[in-house]
Write a protein that binds this ligand. Structure first.
Ligand SMILES: [Zn+2]
Length: 415
């Protein structure tokens, strides 16, 4: 077998034949030519037999490594004149438009990005993290199910912070399929309006329930675009509000201790953060011991802790809607008389959203599995912090938690 024929079989690049192979320091360079006669516009389905002229420089793509060798594909392409897009370099079947990588290479990197950390990918693939971001964007745009906004009945609107404390993404979850189906930078009513605009009035009218946090932004947009849908407040957000209130109480208490000069106690209570905020069944032995000390000490910190746990307990599985109603009202009454400002405030918020919270429990809209998706989104979002744009972060979220099944190159070639 000739070397060029052997490389044709090795590379499995669709629609090309190998003209030449040469070894350079650290890399193998493979020159290929397209099999097809017709020229395809890279931006639309337009094809033509007429060639405008030829590229002056070769195009180069990085392909999957060959053992320890970097593999470079080169081709001199033709240019066509598209009636819509003007003079363009023809597209190739084995690489996406404007990419310096083959589809196989991008597929591998995208798959890795959904499963492993930054430094492992950069080292294995020998590309920097921003390049990973751009690859993830291209693969996501290509593989996202275009029908993902069809057949939505119960959805959730949620925010996640990206890159820093002050940048946010809004994500829309399909509760039935437990997937993220839409996302955009921002976290206010205007961001939600963008979603409803893309969804369209007809599909918005099919929505039966929309779960939200307790903020005013999304609710305003949801009421306007889908007035028939039941607004449900995610118990997840309610329980989190309890943790936030407790954390405020703890911080105030800690500052008081520190200012009083009791350095030892101050340090003890700073460490107490996780003992207080984690669910008691998830505490380490040491954290459980700290919690016992806090209980013995009593006072406002312990009062806050029992309120936070009572609120969390309301949403444990197995309770009837009647149970939950009684427990919520009891919580509101206890919290508003607690003399702990963050909990008094929380009692007011929960009273205001009582109907929405009960609606969520009745509909079973939010459950442990929704929370699992939520945790996964947060993990992936943290990994996307180093990306250059919110669109790249969103693309990674969609690749990991959206309606996409990513295959590895060898799985694609088996099909
Ligand atoms: Zn075109």
């Amino acid at each position: 077998m000739r070397v060029t024929a052997a490389f044709s079989r090795l590379l499995r690049l669709s629609g090309v034949w190998v003209r030449a192979v040469r070894f350079e320091p650290g890399r193998v360079v493979v020159e290929v030519a397209l099999r097809r006669r017709r020229l395809h516009c890279p931006l639309c389905p337009y094809t033509t037999a007429h060639r405008h002229n030829a590229q002056t420089e070769e195009s180069v793509w990085r392909h999957l490594d060959l053992g320890v060798w970097r593999l470079e594909i080169r081709a001199r392409l033709r240019r066509l004149s598209c009636p819509r897009h003007g003079v363009r370099v023809e597209s190739v079947p084995f690489a996406r438009h404007a990419s310096g990588f083959t589809r196989d290479f991008e597929q591998l990197v995208a798959w890795l990005a959904t499963r492993t950390d930054k430094s492992a990918i950069a080292r294995l693939a020998r590309i920097d993290w921003r390049t990973v971001g751009r690859i993830v964007e291209r693969v996501s745009a290509d593989e996202l199910d275009p029908a993902r906004l069809q057949g939505l009945f119960e959805i959730g609107l949620d925010e996640v912070s990206w890159a820093s404390q002050h940048r946010y993404l809004t994500l829309v979850t399909d509760h039935h399929r437990r997937q993220i189906v839409w996302g955009h930078e921002g976290r206010d009513a205007a961001t939600a309006d963008l979603f409803f605009a893309e969804l369209g009035a007809q599909r918005a009218r099919q929505l039966q329930a929309i779960s939200l946090d307790m903020g005013p932004g999304y609710a305003k947009s949801a009421r306007e675009h889908a007035p028939q849908a039941t607004i449900a407040i995610d118990p997840f957000h309610v329980a989190k509000a309890g943790s936030d209130a407790l954390d405020e109480v703890r911080r105030a208490y800690w500052n008081e201790l520190r200012q009083s000069g009791d350095k030892d106690a101050a340090r003890r209570f700073k460490d107490a953060r996780w003992s207080l905020l984690k669910a008691p069944e998830n505490l380490t032995d040491r954290q459980a011991q700290t919690l016992r000390r806090l209980r013995a000490a009593g006072g406002e910190l312990w009062r806050g802790y029992t309120l936070k746990e009572a609120l969390r307990g309301i949403f444990q599985p197995g309770l009837t809607i009647e149970d939950v109603t009684i427990l919520i009202d009891r919580f509101i009454s206890h919290a508003s008389r607690s003399r702990l400002e963050p909990f008094v405030k929380l009692a007011r918020t929960i009273r205001k959203h009582r109907d929405g919270i009960l609606a969520a429990v009745r509909l079973g809209v939010s459950n442990a599995r929704a929370e699992a998706l939520n945790n996964k989104v947060r993990l992936i979002t943290r990994r996307a912090y180093g990306f250059h744009s919110p669109d790249a972060a969103l693309a990674l979220i969609m690749l990991s938690c959206g309606p996409i099944t990513l295959s590895l190159p060898h799985e694609l070639h088996l099909r």
